[in-house]
Design a protein around this ligand. Sequence first.
Ligand code: LLP
Length: 432
Amino acid sequence: MISKAIPLPQLSGFTERNGNWYAEDVPLADLANEFGTPLYVYSRKAFTDAYQAYDRACIDANGKRRARVHYAMKANSNLAVIDCLKKLGAGFDLVSGGELARALAIGADPKSLVFAGVGKSATEIAQALDAGVKCINVESIAELHQINRVASKLQSRAPISLRVNPDVDAQTHPYISTGLKGNKFGIAYNEVLKTYREAAQLSQIDVVGIDCHIGSQITTTAPYLDALDKVLDLVEILKREGIVIHHLDLGGGLGIAYSDETPPDITEFTNTLLNRVADRGFGHLDIVLEPGRSLVGNAGVLLTKVEYLKPGAEKNFCIVDAAMTELMRPALYEAHHGIVPVKTKATKARTYDVVGPVCESGDWLGRDRSLAVEEGDVLAILSAGAYGFVMASNYNTRPKPAEIMVDGKNVYVIRKREYTQDLFASEIVLPK
Ligand code: LLP
């Protein structure tokens, strides 16, 4: 079978020069040699550029800040990554006590933290209140009452937003769509006002904001504007009722190009939303943006070595040393990631399914890819900076790979490769 050429995304931190792929100024082949494979490699420049594009758009022509970026660290929560983003001025969007601990470990200002998630436990709520986060985004009436009880026990007050489920179709993969009636996320649109009225009556609750997130890998602005208008309609009604909203959290979800998708440019996207907020007379509200993927997705690659080439009657397989354990997105969402040899070879190209060693037919990384490769070559799986390492698992007792950050010519190990022995070090065999 002849595979059709699938375009590669435009990347800022990774480039091909004379047949060799680089992370900034460092050849990827050198990194694979020195640190082994599978290996995650990030470009500091790539996520710095993406962050700065958002941040520039957050400041108006008169230098007034209109919005703030709270990086959704679920996309990539390595301490080095979040620390670099903190140094650029980012706040964070968290979804677990674990992510809260990471934010505190890098000394993030608690007031730069918003805490979301559909099933926060009482312990996690207590941790967030203890830390003094800016806001807890509430996803159900039951959770609202739980937060009130926890705050009461701690004799503290809980700043909250309600996460509105606006019933808007984000037109993305069903597993990463969150703003439809049938999704588990947020409070049903027609129950939001009632829930705010209830929240305003609760002894330990301070209503501070309103929140909405409709999904991920969204490649058009239209569903955001629909959701935004619906949320602003609610803010107007709340204002008339004397329930004051200080901040509006527009969530994350802006898509990236994995191949030839054309998501709106970050600056344009941010401007469009912020202008709509201002045009509707809400320019005084603090705006929170929670991007994840669009900051880090194209700032990382996964390097993997070709173990075996296995020609077949129906398919040729290129069996590599990375798997669904390192990058789950293809197995879970049939997601496409560009795959390139880090050094161009004169070998004849063939069409392969690129697969890992894990015992599952769903363990594939790319299908029908035209690749000129030999055994022992190194491939780079592109656009792996978001939802790559963070979704890695130890299935088949596979140690997680190392993570490297490149900054110009400098190379930093930001997570050591796991040792096999560590994977079962906390397991205990029976005494007899
Ligand atoms: N805010 C909230 C409340 C979220 O649930 C998410 C992502 C974000 C912000 C950031 O969305 P982003 O800008 O990264 O699209 N594992 C999937 C993506 C799951 C997204 C979950 N929520 C994937 O690999 O495509």
